[in-house]
Design a protein around this ligand. Structure first.
Ligand SMILES: [Zn+2]
Length: 193
């Protein structure tokens, strides 16, 4: 056991068609890949951590973003087959659930301590969204001294659904690809195509 898979923000609000800040179909299509990967981590006695935005109703965060992942709501629950996967596996010692208040799953959480206690040296990241929570979590893992790995087929973004950002997209420019390249350059992240 020396690897951990971090599944970032795969909630109804970020993934479901009716979610408050949804990446929509590209995120929904990640589910089979993420479940297969999570199963292979458990089969190898590695760790799987579900990292999930956990906001208060009146969180200042909602001055920046549409309301999402309020604690205890449908929107904060894991999306689709991932919820079933979690219910079937949550009793295992190597399955963690990490509520988070920041984009970075390591910020003011016990994730680093939990991983270090289990001898983890390498952190794999999947989930949403590529440029924000995935990027920040990779940066957080790197700052704690973990090797970092990003699964390109396991991440998606909502940039196209956020009007303030969508207006900046020009002629096939894909910010997610730029941010993945910056992960490689900044954090030595290994990218699995
Ligand atoms: Zn949030």
């Amino acid at each position: 056991m020396n690897k951990a898979l971090i599944i970032v923000d795969m909630s109804n609000d970020f993934v479901h068609e009716d979610g408050g800040l949804t990446a929509g179909k590209p995120a929904q299509e990640l589910v089979p890949y993420i479940i297969d990967l999570a199963d292979s981590f458990l089969a190898n006695d590695d760790v799987v951590a579900v990292a999930m935005d956990a906001h208060q109703e009146n969180d200042d965060h909602f001055k920046l973003w549409p309301v999402h992942n309020v604690i205890g709501t449908w929107g904060q629950q894991l999306y689709g087959g991932l919820k079933e996967w979690y219910v079937a596996n949550e009793h295992k010692d190597n399955v963690l659930y990490i509520p988070k208040i920041n984009y970075n799953a390591f910020f003011k959480t016990d994730l680093a301590e939990e991983l270090m206690a289990r001898g983890i040296q390498e952190v794999h990241v999947v989930g949403v969204v590529t440029e924000i929570c995935d990027f920040a979590t990779i940066a957080g893992a790197d700052a704690h001294g973990f090797r970092t790995v990003l699964h390109k087929r396991g991440v998606a973004t909502f940039t196209h659904n956020v009007p303030a950002l969508a207006g900046m997209l020009k002629d096939g420019y894909v910010p997610a690809d730029l941010l993945i390249e910056l992960m490689r350059m900044s954090f030595h992240t290994a990218v699995i195509e």
